[in-house]
Design a protein around this ligand. Structure first.
Ligand code: FE2
Length: 259
């Protein structure tokens, strides 16, 4: 059975997603129901459920507008998201007619954050935990929680295609190439991404295996990577080669917050 994923622009830089086969659909993180309804109607799809990654309004504010049109289950890990009908938790498996997801709890950005991973399809909806070249800001949780959450995602297969909650790719890439690691082809790489985002309208999805090499927040346990970053910043003297994984994560996260 063919599965297709529609990437839907929402608000300023958010993404919602419609996962569907020929006739049924699952909606992820709706912020604005109007562009979602347009696609549902155009493709003549029957929505089955809404999956929510976390309690921020730019991932939930389209729920009610969809419930006005369809009778849907709403999955989340937090009853404070008041439309929730299916409360889920870490390690739970949820099954639909055409796709299954494993729930992985990833606290840090928020305490209720979960991501949805399809092992069979090798697809991850990572919300605001993992971004292309970045990770979410730590709002409700601790750096330790966020670091642990990203370590869990790092264990998923390299071929996993990741669909995240925001188009932050270019800014994240600029940060990595300007502030984290020196790379002589930096301007060509940035240009390539700028063009790709302009032409495709999105940088989604991205491969997890690629990010295991390039995303600094997935490399806090890599001694060689830390050495390179430490050398790049040796004049500042802020990051030691022997910084532990969490110290390194905190250093890079703080730097990104200020970027
Ligand atoms: Fe968020």
């Amino acid at each position: 059975m063919n599965i297709d994923i529609n990437i839907i622009n929402q608000l300023n830089d958010n993404y919602a997603y419609i996962v569907h086969n020929n006739n049924e659909a699952i909606i992820i993180d709706p912020a604005d129901e109007i562009p979602i309804l347009k696609i549902i109607n155009k493709k003549n799809l029957k929505p089955l459920s809404i999956l929510i990654t976390h309690n921020h309004s730019d991932h939930t504010s389209g729920i009610n507008g969809l419930l006005n049109h369809f009778d849907l289950d709403v999955y989340s890990s937090n009853l404070a998201i008041k439309e929730t009908t299916k409360l889920v938790k870490d390690n739970q498996k949820i099954e639909f007619k055409f796709i299954d997801f494993n729930i992985i709890a990833t606290p840090g950005h928020t305490l209720d954050h979960i991501v949805y991973f399809s092992d069979k399809e090798k697809i991850l909806f990572s919300g605001d935990t993992l971004f292309y070249y970045g990770c979410g800001r730590v709002f409700e949780g601790t750096y330790k929680q966020m670091h642990n959450s990203l370590s869990k995602l790092k264990k998923l297969p390299d071929e996993t295609k990741v669909y995240c909650g925001h188009e932050y790719t270019y800014k994240n890439l600029e940060f990595v190439l300007n502030e984290v690691i020196h790379y002589k082809e930096a301007s060509e790489i940035k240009e390539k991404y700028k063009k790709m985002i302009r032409e495709k309208g999105s940088s989604m999805p991205f491969f997890l295996g690629h990010q295991k090499i390039w995303n600094p927040f997935l490399n806090c346990d890599d001694i060689e990577y830390k050495k390179k970053v430490s050398n790049f910043h040796k004049n500042e003297g802020q990051i030691r080669q022997d910084a532990n994984d969490l110290e390194f994560f905190g250093y890079i996260r703080d730097k990104r917050n200020a970027f």
